[in-house]
Design a protein around this ligand. Structure first.
Ligand code: BTN
Length: 253
Protein backbone atom coordinates (compact mmCIF):
# COMPACT_ATOMS: atom_id res chain seq x y z
CA UNK A 1 0.00 0.00 0.00
CA UNK A 2 1.12 3.60 -0.53
CA UNK A 3 2.55 5.50 2.42
CA UNK A 4 -0.06 6.92 4.74
CA UNK A 5 0.03 10.39 6.29
CA UNK A 6 -2.79 10.41 8.80
CA UNK A 7 -3.47 13.82 10.36
CA UNK A 8 -3.91 12.11 13.73
CA UNK A 9 -2.36 12.80 17.13
CA UNK A 10 -1.16 9.28 17.77
CA UNK A 11 -3.05 6.66 15.75
CA UNK A 12 -0.94 5.27 12.92
CA UNK A 13 2.17 7.30 13.72
CA UNK A 14 3.98 3.97 14.02
CA UNK A 15 2.87 2.00 10.97
CA UNK A 16 4.06 -1.55 10.37
CA UNK A 17 3.18 -2.31 6.76
CA UNK A 18 3.78 -5.93 5.77
CA UNK A 19 3.52 -7.14 2.16
CA UNK A 20 2.03 -10.40 3.43
CA UNK A 21 1.22 -11.98 6.78
CA UNK A 22 -1.08 -14.59 8.30
CA UNK A 23 -3.11 -12.29 10.55
CA UNK A 24 -2.45 -8.68 11.54
CA UNK A 25 -4.18 -9.33 14.88
CA UNK A 26 -1.77 -12.17 15.60
CA UNK A 27 1.24 -10.05 14.57
CA UNK A 28 0.04 -7.23 16.85
CA UNK A 29 -0.36 -9.67 19.76
CA UNK A 30 3.13 -11.05 19.12
CA UNK A 31 4.60 -7.54 19.10
CA UNK A 32 2.90 -6.82 22.42
CA UNK A 33 4.25 -9.98 24.00
CA UNK A 34 7.82 -9.52 22.74
CA UNK A 35 8.61 -5.83 22.98
CA UNK A 36 7.24 -2.49 24.04
CA UNK A 37 4.95 -1.06 21.39
CA UNK A 38 3.61 2.48 21.34
CA UNK A 39 -0.11 2.95 21.81
CA UNK A 40 -1.65 3.78 18.43
CA UNK A 41 0.70 1.51 16.44
CA UNK A 42 -0.96 0.00 13.40
CA UNK A 43 -0.12 -3.28 11.66
CA UNK A 44 -1.39 -3.48 8.10
CA UNK A 45 -0.91 -5.89 5.23
CA UNK A 46 -1.78 -6.12 1.55
CA UNK A 47 -2.20 -9.84 1.74
CA UNK A 48 -3.55 -11.52 4.82
CA UNK A 49 -3.36 -15.28 4.36
CA UNK A 50 -5.09 -16.53 7.51
CA UNK A 51 -7.35 -13.69 8.64
CA UNK A 52 -9.37 -14.46 11.73
CA UNK A 53 -12.97 -13.46 12.29
CA UNK A 54 -15.44 -13.63 15.13
CA UNK A 55 -16.89 -16.93 16.40
CA UNK A 56 -13.70 -18.71 15.22
CA UNK A 57 -14.50 -17.96 11.55
CA UNK A 58 -11.91 -17.01 8.97
CA UNK A 59 -11.76 -13.64 7.20
CA UNK A 60 -11.11 -13.84 3.46
CA UNK A 61 -9.80 -10.80 1.58
CA UNK A 62 -8.34 -10.72 -1.94
CA UNK A 63 -4.70 -9.55 -1.97
CA UNK A 64 -4.07 -5.87 -2.67
CA UNK A 65 -7.73 -4.87 -2.83
CA UNK A 66 -8.93 -4.33 0.71
CA UNK A 67 -7.94 -3.00 4.09
CA UNK A 68 -6.85 -5.55 6.67
CA UNK A 69 -5.19 -3.99 9.67
CA UNK A 70 -4.95 -3.95 13.45
CA UNK A 71 -4.64 -1.04 15.83
CA UNK A 72 -2.93 -1.32 19.20
CA UNK A 73 -4.50 0.66 22.04
CA UNK A 74 -3.90 0.84 25.76
CA UNK A 75 -7.38 1.50 27.17
CA UNK A 76 -6.39 0.99 30.81
CA UNK A 77 -9.08 3.51 31.83
CA UNK A 78 -11.70 0.84 31.00
CA UNK A 79 -12.94 -1.71 33.51
CA UNK A 80 -13.26 -5.20 32.05
CA UNK A 81 -17.06 -4.83 32.23
CA UNK A 82 -16.79 -1.80 29.95
CA UNK A 83 -14.89 -3.50 27.14
CA UNK A 84 -17.86 -3.39 24.78
CA UNK A 85 -17.28 0.34 24.42
CA UNK A 86 -14.35 -0.57 22.18
CA UNK A 87 -16.75 -2.42 19.86
CA UNK A 88 -18.94 0.68 19.91
CA UNK A 89 -16.22 3.18 19.01
CA UNK A 90 -14.70 0.98 16.32
CA UNK A 91 -18.00 0.33 14.56
CA UNK A 92 -19.03 3.96 14.86
CA UNK A 93 -15.72 5.14 13.41
CA UNK A 94 -16.16 2.91 10.34
CA UNK A 95 -19.78 4.00 10.06
CA UNK A 96 -18.72 7.69 10.33
CA UNK A 97 -16.27 7.27 7.50
CA UNK A 98 -18.49 5.22 5.21
CA UNK A 99 -21.46 7.59 5.50
CA UNK A 100 -19.19 10.23 3.97
CA UNK A 101 -18.20 7.98 1.07
CA UNK A 102 -21.25 5.87 0.27
CA UNK A 103 -24.97 6.43 -0.34
CA UNK A 104 -27.46 5.85 2.51
CA UNK A 105 -28.11 2.24 3.58
CA UNK A 106 -25.39 1.59 6.17
CA UNK A 107 -25.94 0.06 9.57
CA UNK A 108 -24.08 -1.71 12.35
CA UNK A 109 -25.04 -5.31 12.92
CA UNK A 110 -24.48 -6.21 16.55
CA UNK A 111 -21.90 -6.57 17.84
CA UNK A 112 -19.76 -4.91 15.18
CA UNK A 113 -20.38 -5.85 11.56
CA UNK A 114 -20.74 -3.08 9.05
CA UNK A 115 -23.69 -3.63 6.75
CA UNK A 116 -25.00 -2.02 3.62
CA UNK A 117 -28.64 -3.10 3.53
CA UNK A 118 -28.41 -6.91 3.84
CA UNK A 119 -24.74 -7.24 2.91
CA UNK A 120 -21.60 -7.14 4.99
CA UNK A 121 -18.73 -4.93 3.96
CA UNK A 122 -16.63 -4.84 7.07
CA UNK A 123 -15.87 -6.82 10.20
CA UNK A 124 -14.05 -6.20 13.46
CA UNK A 125 -12.20 -8.57 15.76
CA UNK A 126 -11.19 -7.08 19.11
CA UNK A 127 -8.79 -8.96 21.35
CA UNK A 128 -7.93 -7.65 24.80
CA UNK A 129 -5.45 -8.41 27.52
CA UNK A 130 -6.38 -7.65 31.11
CA UNK A 131 -4.55 -6.38 34.15
CA UNK A 132 -6.55 -7.15 37.28
CA UNK A 133 -10.04 -5.85 36.54
CA UNK A 134 -9.04 -3.35 33.85
CA UNK A 135 -8.06 -3.65 30.24
CA UNK A 136 -4.38 -3.46 29.55
CA UNK A 137 -3.84 -3.76 25.80
CA UNK A 138 -6.39 -3.99 23.07
CA UNK A 139 -5.95 -5.05 19.46
CA UNK A 140 -8.68 -3.71 17.19
CA UNK A 141 -8.60 -5.78 14.00
CA UNK A 142 -10.50 -4.33 11.07
CA UNK A 143 -11.29 -5.92 7.73
CA UNK A 144 -12.93 -3.55 5.26
CA UNK A 145 -13.86 -4.63 1.74
CA UNK A 146 -12.68 -1.75 -0.41
CA UNK A 147 -12.03 -2.63 -4.07
CA UNK A 148 -12.81 -6.35 -4.21
CA UNK A 149 -15.78 -6.98 -6.49
CA UNK A 150 -16.14 -10.77 -6.42
CA UNK A 151 -16.97 -12.72 -3.31
CA UNK A 152 -17.59 -16.40 -2.68
CA UNK A 153 -20.10 -15.38 -0.03
CA UNK A 154 -23.23 -13.84 -1.58
CA UNK A 155 -23.80 -11.80 1.59
CA UNK A 156 -20.56 -9.83 1.18
CA UNK A 157 -20.17 -6.49 -0.54
CA UNK A 158 -17.54 -3.78 -0.88
CA UNK A 159 -17.20 -0.02 -1.14
CA UNK A 160 -16.38 -0.36 -4.86
CA UNK A 161 -19.48 -2.44 -5.58
CA UNK A 162 -21.69 0.06 -3.76
CA UNK A 163 -20.10 3.23 -5.17
CA UNK A 164 -19.33 1.85 -8.64
CA UNK A 165 -15.74 3.08 -8.45
CA UNK A 166 -12.44 2.19 -6.83
CA UNK A 167 -11.05 3.94 -3.76
CA UNK A 168 -7.44 4.77 -2.85
CA UNK A 169 -6.89 2.41 0.08
CA UNK A 170 -4.23 4.53 1.79
CA UNK A 171 -6.57 7.54 1.82
CA UNK A 172 -9.41 5.42 3.23
CA UNK A 173 -7.11 4.16 5.98
CA UNK A 174 -5.90 7.68 6.83
CA UNK A 175 -9.46 8.93 7.20
CA UNK A 176 -10.53 5.89 9.18
CA UNK A 177 -7.69 6.40 11.66
CA UNK A 178 -8.82 10.01 12.14
CA UNK A 179 -12.40 8.91 12.80
CA UNK A 180 -11.29 6.22 15.21
CA UNK A 181 -8.96 8.52 17.11
CA UNK A 182 -11.76 11.00 17.55
CA UNK A 183 -14.20 8.31 18.81
CA UNK A 184 -11.52 6.92 21.15
CA UNK A 185 -10.86 10.37 22.61
CA UNK A 186 -14.62 10.88 23.02
CA UNK A 187 -14.75 7.64 25.04
CA UNK A 188 -11.70 8.59 27.08
CA UNK A 189 -13.29 11.95 27.87
CA UNK A 190 -16.29 10.18 29.43
CA UNK A 191 -18.60 10.20 26.41
CA UNK A 192 -19.83 6.65 26.77
CA UNK A 193 -23.53 7.51 27.13
CA UNK A 194 -23.59 9.52 23.91
CA UNK A 195 -21.60 6.82 22.13
CA UNK A 196 -24.02 4.08 23.21
CA UNK A 197 -26.94 6.18 22.06
CA UNK A 198 -25.41 6.75 18.65
CA UNK A 199 -24.44 3.10 18.31
CA UNK A 200 -28.04 2.07 19.06
CA UNK A 201 -29.42 4.52 16.54
CA UNK A 202 -27.33 2.80 13.82
CA UNK A 203 -28.23 -0.75 14.82
CA UNK A 204 -29.38 -3.23 12.15
CA UNK A 205 -32.85 -4.71 12.84
CA UNK A 206 -33.40 -2.47 15.86
CA UNK A 207 -37.09 -2.49 16.83
CA UNK A 208 -38.10 -4.88 14.03
CA UNK A 209 -39.51 -8.38 14.49
CA UNK A 210 -37.16 -11.02 13.03
CA UNK A 211 -36.25 -14.67 13.42
CA UNK A 212 -33.21 -15.59 15.51
CA UNK A 213 -31.62 -18.91 16.47
CA UNK A 214 -30.26 -19.81 19.87
CA UNK A 215 -29.30 -23.26 21.19
CA UNK A 216 -30.63 -24.85 17.97
CA UNK A 217 -34.08 -23.26 18.24
CA UNK A 218 -35.61 -20.58 16.05
CA UNK A 219 -37.73 -17.88 17.63
CA UNK A 220 -39.14 -14.49 16.76
CA UNK A 221 -38.11 -11.42 18.65
CA UNK A 222 -37.30 -7.77 18.44
CA UNK A 223 -33.92 -6.23 19.25
CA UNK A 224 -34.52 -3.52 21.83
CA UNK A 225 -30.94 -2.60 22.69
CA UNK A 226 -27.85 -3.81 24.48
CA UNK A 227 -27.18 -4.09 28.18
CA UNK A 228 -24.30 -2.48 30.12
CA UNK A 229 -21.83 -5.23 29.17
CA UNK A 230 -22.86 -5.30 25.51
CA UNK A 231 -25.17 -8.31 25.43
CA UNK A 232 -27.93 -8.10 22.82
CA UNK A 233 -31.37 -7.53 24.37
CA UNK A 234 -34.18 -9.24 22.47
CA UNK A 235 -37.83 -8.91 23.40
CA UNK A 236 -39.85 -12.09 22.81
CA UNK A 237 -43.53 -12.17 21.74
CA UNK A 238 -44.61 -12.70 25.39
CA UNK A 239 -42.64 -9.56 26.36
CA UNK A 240 -39.89 -11.52 28.12
CA UNK A 241 -36.49 -9.90 27.49
CA UNK A 242 -33.56 -12.20 26.86
CA UNK A 243 -29.88 -11.21 26.73
CA UNK A 244 -27.32 -12.89 24.48
CA UNK A 245 -23.54 -13.02 24.11
CA UNK A 246 -22.22 -13.25 20.56
CA UNK A 247 -21.85 -17.03 20.45
CA UNK A 248 -25.37 -17.55 21.78
CA UNK A 249 -27.48 -16.05 18.99
CA UNK A 250 -27.68 -16.06 15.20
CA UNK A 251 -29.62 -13.67 13.04
CA UNK A 252 -31.79 -15.79 10.68
CA UNK A 253 -34.23 -13.63 8.67
C1 BTN B 1 -15.61 -10.73 11.57
O1 BTN B 1 -16.47 -10.09 10.99
O2 BTN B 1 -15.76 -11.92 11.81
C2 BTN B 1 -14.35 -10.04 11.99
C3 BTN B 1 -13.35 -9.95 10.89
C4 BTN B 1 -12.08 -9.24 11.30
C5 BTN B 1 -11.02 -9.31 10.22
C6 BTN B 1 -9.83 -8.45 10.53
S1 BTN B 1 -8.78 -8.30 9.13
C7 BTN B 1 -7.52 -7.60 10.10
C8 BTN B 1 -7.53 -8.31 11.44
N1 BTN B 1 -6.68 -9.48 11.42
C9 BTN B 1 -7.37 -10.61 11.53
O3 BTN B 1 -6.88 -11.76 11.51
N2 BTN B 1 -8.68 -10.34 11.66
C10 BTN B 1 -8.93 -8.91 11.66
Amino acid sequence: MNKIFAQTLFLGKNLIDLPECHSTNTIAAELLSRQSVAEGSVVTTDHQTAGRGQRGNSWEAAAGKNLTFSIILKPSFLHVQEQFSLNIITSLAIYDLLTELLPPGLSIKWPNDIYYYQQKLGGILIENTLKNTSLEWSVLGIGLNVNQTRFKDGKASSMAIIAGKDFARAAVLERLLLKLESRYLQLKAGGVAALRKEYLSRLYWLGEVHTFRSAGEDFNGKIIGIDKVGRLAVCLPDDEIRYFWIKEIEFIR
